[in-house]
Write a protein of this length. Structure first.
Lengths: 310, 283
């Protein structure tokens, strides 16, 4: 295999081709495809954010949707106050990070069970809080925003953020810092014995995850122009992040993107025909993935490759 | 003025006892399978809906005390092997229970509908020296206490309770002594599931519920478990009553929404300050 900058060539050609395809769809596709690519990029960002915590740290977050919701709310409120767009989006991410600091400080020192409890509780609590603070968030009725950007620009920006996050994740999974994170996940005590500041590393990774989830929320807000507490802290979105990540392959950089693409295509073709029971099917898919196919598509491909070559 | 507070305290304690019973079920599953059962709230609401339908058909929800246990044991026969397969894998079993919760909620919307339901059974008001209570609240509080005492006695003194604790403490050693560990674990699990269903029945007697209440009840259950220490039964009893009391006082003195937020604050603050719970116990 020829190498280029120390990397195998053909996977990178496939990846670049995929990103190029998305950009082409945004530029030349019908509005349906533009909106499809927007959702794809948003969910890919979200599931990569979840994967960063669930896959790389081994801490399962059941309330990751809250960072998305916070990002959406903060961006909306700041835009209404007359802030400029980039500043509002960035602030959305930063406020998400602040919330992540509070949750991380209290739960990342403990075992994964407490992290699961803490995140699930925080998402529910923030939903109640968003409905309670009527003067700021508009309460249960939701928050409206006049349209800021057109669909094409939105999708373009979202795609760029997604690609940037993907590059960060690739760097993380190959770099020394990434190995450090994996070492902590695989054997915490050995990592502590080697002098790694475990809690600090975990908190940093959690913050990065929250930042990008918050950004994705901000973009959702400027695209949709409406948010209410039930959507912003909807547990279904967390479930979707989980399913997409597990479908692709948990703990890998490519997994979430592969999983999201598969999931989005399946749901566009199949599940829109069963609007009443598709959430039940989503739950059943999650259970089946957990029980029988924890590695996802990437693991399956690896096994097939081993089987063929041997 | 004192009468208002007397009423608030009584209702708070009754609510708190229900929270405690619910948390005891959660802690039992945690003790048995080392998994925080995220589908706990949904199981409880299924019990509540069952009692609602029993009330509409038979006009007496207490038939549920006979109908719910066998039904819930059948369900746990189906669910237990899934959890048992993932025993010791923290992350996977959490994901499994989360998936189950999602299935149960959405199947519940499909089966029961999203609207609120409430029972109207034994609603005559009784005056206990200025403290007003409906008869069903008194009965549900009484039953709650009876069940909690029974569970404690069962776990502490009965043959199967001792076996269960032995298996949880040291599984391989218990197996060496000829205990069928899988069966004992299944027994503990199904007991906890039945307990959850009964809690749902008691909850449905005095409070309105919808399928979405499950998530909020789970949140309260977490607050109680974290406050009392996960796996500490006595702790969750005290913490449950404490949470019920403070919610009822907070709802009267400040705002009902803040009472909803209280459990969330309790979880974050307790985990930040004293993660092993206020009564010690295992982390």
């Amino acid at each position: 295999m020829r190498r280029f900058w120390g990397l195998k060539q053909w996977p990178w050609i496939v990846r670049m081709g995929f990103i190029a395809l998305l950009y082409l769809l945004i530029y030349f596709g019908r509005p349906y495809f533009k909106s499809f690519v927007f959702s794809l990029a948003m969910f890919a960002t979200l599931s990569m954010a979840w994967n960063l915590v669930g896959g790389f740290l081994g801490y399962v977050s059941f309330g990751h949707v809250m960072f998305w919701g916070i990002g959406a709310y903060v961006t909306a409120i700041l835009l209404k106050l007359g802030w400029s767009l980039p500043l509002a989006l960035l602030s959305g991410g930063i406020v998400s990070m602040t919330v992540a600091v509070i949750i991380g400080m209290s739960t990342l020192k403990l075992s994964g069970v407490y992290f699961a409890i803490g995140t699930l509780a925080a998402a529910e609590g923030l939903k109640i809080l968003a409905a309670y603070l009527k003067n700021i968030t508009g309460g249960g009725g939701g928050f409206y925003l006049p349209p800021v950007l057109d669909l094409q620009t939105c999708a373009l920006l979202m795609c760029t953020v997604c690609a940037a996050f993907y590059v960060v994740l690739c760097y993380l999974s190959n770099s020394k810092y990434g190995k450090l994170i994996q070492a902590i996940r695989d054997d915490e005590q050995a990592a502590v014995a080697l002098g790694i500041h475990v809690f600090q590393v975990r908190l940093r990774v959690f913050l990065l995850s929250a930042l990008f989830a918050g950004l994705a929320g901000g973009f959702y807000m400027i695209n949709t122009s409406f948010i209410n507490p039930a959507t912003a802290f909807d547990i279904s979105i967390t479930v979707r992040m989980l399913v997409m990540t597990l479908l692709g392959g948990i703990g890998t950089a490519d997994g979430p993107i592969i999983g999201t693409t598969f999931y989005m295509i399946i749901s566009e073709l199949l599940w829109v025909r069963f609007p009443e029971i598709h959430k039940i099917m989503l739950g059943i898919l999650l259970v089946i993935m957990v029980l029988f196919a924890r590695g996802g598509i990437i693991d399956l491909a690896r096994r097939v490759k081993v089987h063929v070559s041997s | 003025m004192t009468l208002i507070y007397g009423n608030l305290l009584t209702h708070g304690v009754i609510l708190g006892l229900l929270y405690a019973l619910q948390a005891v079920g959660l802690n039992m599953i945690w003790g048995v399978l080392r998994v925080v059962n995220l589908s706990h709230g949904d199981m409880l609401i299924y019990g509540a809906f069952l009692s609602y339908y029993i009330w509409t058909v038979l006009h007496n929800p207490f038939w549920g005390l006979l109908i719910i246990p066998p039904l819930f044991v059948c369900c746990s026969v189906l669910i237990f092997p899934l959890f048992f397969q993932l025993l010791g894998k923290e992350m996977e079993s959490l994901l499994l229970s989360f998936g189950l919760s999602y299935i149960l909620t959405n199947a519940g919307i499909y089966i029961f509908g999203p609207q609120f339901q409430s029972l109207h059974y034994l609603e005559q008001i009784i005056n206990l020296g200025g403290i007003y209570l409906t008869l069903n609240k008194i009965i549900s509080a009484f039953l709650t206490i009876v069940i909690i005492v029974n569970i404690f006695v069962f776990l502490k003194y009965s043959r199967y309770g001792v076996m269960l604790r032995a298996v949880v403490e040291e599984s391989s050693l218990a197996a060496m002594r000829g205990i069928n560990t899988r069966f004992v674990l299944f027994m503990g699990f199904s007991l906890a599931v039945v307990l959850t269903g009964i809690t749902g029945l008691l909850y449905s007697l005095s409070y309105a519920f919808s399928i979405f209440s499950g998530q909020q009840l789970l949140l309260k259950c977490f607050a109680v478990s974290v406050l009392g220490g996960l796996g500490n039964m006595l702790g969750s009893l005290v913490a449950g009553v404490f949470l019920g009391l403070s919610e009822s006082l907070l709802a009267y003195c400040i705002d009902a929404h803040l009472a909803e937020l209280l459990s969330f604050l309790v979880i974050i603050v307790v985990l930040l300050v004293k993660p092993e719970g206020i009564f010690g116990g295992r982390r």
